[in-house]
Each structure stands twice: as C-alpha cells, then as structure tokens.
Design a protein around this ligand. Structure first.
Ligand code: SF4
Length: 479
C-alpha cells in the first residue's frame, strides 16, 4: 500500500509536506520520500522500516526549500523519482499496483526505452509509469496513456514547473482529495492529513479525474468518469477512524458494520470488544446494538509498532503481532466475549496471538465476529501483497478438498454446505467458541455506497457489488 500528499503554498512548505505525508503512515512502513520545487528540484528517499517518516525526514526538512512539493509513503517502490523528460524535469509519485508490470516493461524495452531504477520486484513501478507518461504528447495525454495501458490501479502526483498534477486512478479505487487553507492547497490520499494542518476539504477527485493545482488555485484538466469501484476495505480496515471517503466516515461505517453483526447474532455475551485498532469501531457498534458493554479486552502497546499486515515477511508480522497486543485479565476473566475483528486474512496472528491471549487471560467463551465476509481472493489492486495460498479460506479449501480452487463456486455461496464447512474449519483453526462472518449485503449497506460503486473483488472474485454469489452467512460452534 501507499499514500500520497502534495502541498502548494505561498511560503516555504517542507514542514507542511512532512506532516501531511506523515499522516499516511498507517498505509505503509517501508519507504518514504519527499520532492520539493523551489529554485530547483530536490528529493529525499529514506528507508522507514526502522523509524517513522517524521523521524527519518525531520532532519532533512530545515535544509529543504520550495513552495510546492509531493511526498509519499510506500511499501514497494522507492519514490518520488525525479525524471528528466521531453516535457521538462518533474517528480512523480504513485499509489496502487501495476499488475501487468512485466509485460509493459518488456514492451517498452523492445521499443528501445531504458530503465535505470529497480525495486524488490524488478523494474521500479514509478519509472515504468514515467515511461508511459512520456509516450503521450503532454503530461495529461501521458497520464491517460497510463490509464489505458496498466492493469491494476494507479493514482499519482506529478510535481511540475506548472504546479502539481493530481490524477486519481481510473475506477477510483484509491482516494485523492484537495484541501484549501488561505489560498494554500494540500492534495492527499487521506482526509486526516488535512484536518490538523488547517486545510478544509474542497474537492474529492472522481475516478480518472486529472487536476492541476498551483498558486492560482486548481483546475480540472480531465473530468471524472462515471464508473467507480472504490475499495470497500478502506472503511472496513485500512482507513483511519477519523477519515472519510465520498463523504462517508470510516468510524461510522465500522459502527454500522458492528451493529449489523449484532442484529443477526444469537449468542449471549457479557461484553463486546474489538481487536485494536480497526476492530474497535466494529466492536463499539456491536455493543451499542446488542445492549452489552463495550470493554477493552485487548489493548495495543502503540509506540513503535505499526500494523502487523504491513511488514513484508511472515516472521516480522508475527513478531509485531505478538508484541503489540495485550489482553486485560480483569476485563476478560470468566467472561463470554464477542470479539469484533475487521477481517480474517491469514488467521495465523488471530490464532497464535490474539485469541490465545484472551484464553490465557481467562476468557470463558470467545465469539469471533469479522466485519466482512470471508476473504476469498487476494487484492490485485495494490492494497496488499498476500498470495492465494496465504488466505485462511483457501487453506481451509485445500484441507477439505485437496487443492485451493476445487468447488470454489460452492465455497463462495454463503448458504452452501461447503461454505459452512469452510467456516467451521477456520473456527477450529483460530480456536474460538463460535465464528460468524458478516454478510456481504450487510457490509455494503453499512458502508452506505451503492453496490455498483464499490470494489468487492476480494470477497466475490468480481469487481463490484453483488454477484450471483449468495450473500448469506453461517455460524459454527467449536466446543
Ligand atoms: S480487491 Fe479488496 S482490497 Fe483490493 S481494491 Fe478491491 S475491495 Fe479493496
């Protein structure tokens, strides 16, 4: 994952850019970068895997200078890149994922293009984007060429002589919005970047929209397209509680998710809780609807630990997961606990750390309630790096069927016997008393966007809303 921030200011702006970019730290943990345009272009890129963005770049900022700049937090490519092109010098940063990266690279190499940057996965995706941009007759046509050629999703910021060009990916999977403060502008992936820095949101870019932001204001260069497939996971998991997208707040959506879970539940519990951080809102919603207390059965030791799905290796993720969460015995002991979690991806951390800690703290029963349906497909739009065989659902299917894909349509049908057995297998694996997943229709209703404007690929294998997959749920008991 990654997050973007850009600033256009009448005064020197490195500090605003530093803090604005830092507010995207929940979206990545590996690399950070800033590029400024003042009397000249300059850029800095640092490894942020061992220290926060703020910490890594704080020492650079006093020596940096410029009234326009872009910043990025990234888990894959080193960026922003400074590109010398036939349109002039510019800096480029992107968020998203280019699924056909290898194929495009090969095609451009055949055309005589040269790549100088590299990443862990081959060619640097930002440089690949730059080569595609340069195939257009100007920046805007170049960005349209990117949209035309890439499979996946890419939103981007270009820092040019004329201002910052902001482009949201073609189907609006990733957010991008503009804020204004006394004729200064910030463009960011996350609305929370604007809030504490005094910028008022003035425009959310639509799918495929391209906007130029400079000292004269902002100007739409390409209108938004009508089709949208915004990532549902932004509300369920990845978004920050105070953030909002398309006018819909993250925390409110999470509370509605939790309430939906409670409305369909039959279990009797003494308390509801959430796995922090993103499970908290779901848990609060559950408690309010069920009329039982919300209690902090689990707390996170925040300093120094990020989100455990972000570190690239399982060993690192396990280490973070083990260290960061603590169960509170005086809350948990002897209690029947409903535990809301945003989702179950691999299930390993839930089984080995979260649930085990609750049992060790004396829980009487643990009723796990994920806020979304079972994850059946890895995201192919850059929101995570997990593979098919990492998903606990697919491991369940492999265990039950001998391979990862057999009878898949049956397992996707939430009312089928196969689906019930898969959920039962997962309940057993994560070692909970009961496991009841959210229904797809309930999750979409809780988010509050029309189904055909949301991406739900990771649950259905189809790009939006409802499919012919039935949207039911099932509960299993694990004694
Ligand atoms: S596949 Fe899932 S994580 Fe990826 S964009 Fe779609 S909803 Fe979001």
């Amino acid at each position: 994952m990654s997050g973007l921030c850009g600033v256009v200011s009448r005064a020197n702006c490195p500090e605003f850019l530093l803090f604005g970019t830092d507010y995207h730290s929940h979206l990545g943990s590996q690399l950070g970068g800033m590029a400024l345009k003042g009397r000249r272009y300059e850029k800095k890129i640092h490894d942020i895997s061992q220290g926060s963005f703020k910490f890594r770049f704080g020492g650079d900022v006093p020596a940096m200078e410029g009234t326009m700049g872009i910043g990025v937090i990234s888990d894959s490519d080193a960026q922003p890149l400074l590109i010398r092109s036939r349109f002039g010098l510019y800096a480029l940063a992107m968020t998203g994922f280019i699924e056909n990266r290898d194929e495009l690279t090969e095609r451009l190499l055949q055309q005589g293009m040269v790549f100088t940057e590299s990443s862990q996965t081959g060619v640097n995706g930002v440089e690949l984007l730059a080569r595609l941009i340069e195939s257009g007759k100007d920046f805007v046509e170049g960005i349209l060429s990117v949209f035309e050629h890439i499979e996946g999703a890419s939103s981007m910021l270009l820092l040019t002589d004329d201002g910052i060009l902001a482009a949201r990916d073609l189907l609006g999977r990733t957010p991008l919005l503009i804020g204004e403060r006394d004729s200064d502008y910030m463009v960011a992936s996350e609305s929370i970047a604007l809030m504490n820095l005094g910028f008022c949101p003035v425009k959310e870019l639509g799918p495929g929209e391209i906007v130029l932001i400079n000292h004269d204001g902002f100007q739409v260069l390409r209108e938004a397209r009508p089709q949208m497939r915004m990532c549902s996971f932004l509300w369920v998991y990845t978004g920050y509680p105070a953030a909002s997208y398309e006018g819909i707040g993250v925390e409110g959506a999470r509370e509605r998710c939790g309430a939906a879970l409670a409305r369909r539940d039959i279990v009797k519990a003494d308390l509801a809780t959430g796995v922090p951080d993103s499970g908290t809102g779901h848990g609060i919603g559950y408690a309010m609807e069920a009329g039982i207390p919300y209690r902090r059965a689990l707390v996170k030791y925040t300093p120094g630990y990020g989100r455990s799905y972000i570190p690239p290796t399982q060993a690192m993720r396990d280490h973070v997961a083990k260290m960061k969460l603590l169960a509170v015995p005086e809350v948990v002991s002897g209690q029947r606990c409903v535990v809301c979690e945003d989702s179950i991806v691999r299930g390993t951390q839930l089984a080995n750390f979260t649930v085990q800690k609750l049992w060790d703290a004396g829980a009487k029963e643990i009723h796990m309630r994920p806020a979304c349906p079972p994850l059946m497909f890895p995201c192919k739009y850059g929101f995570s790096t997990r593979g098919l065989d990492e998903l606990v659902t697919r491991r369940a299917i492999r265990s039950l069927e001998g391979n990862l894909t057999k009878n898949l349509e049956r397992y996707l049908d939430a009312e089928s016997e196969e689906h019930r057995r898969m959920v039962e297998w997962i309940a057993d694996y994560v070692h909970v008393t009961t496991l009841r997943y959210q229904r797809l229709d309930d999750m979409i209703e809780a988010i509050g966007m029309p189904p055909n404007r949301l991406c739900t690929y990771c649950w259905t294998g189809r790009s939006s809303g409802f499919s012919d997959v039935k949207a039911g749920q099932c509960e299993t008991a694990n004694s």
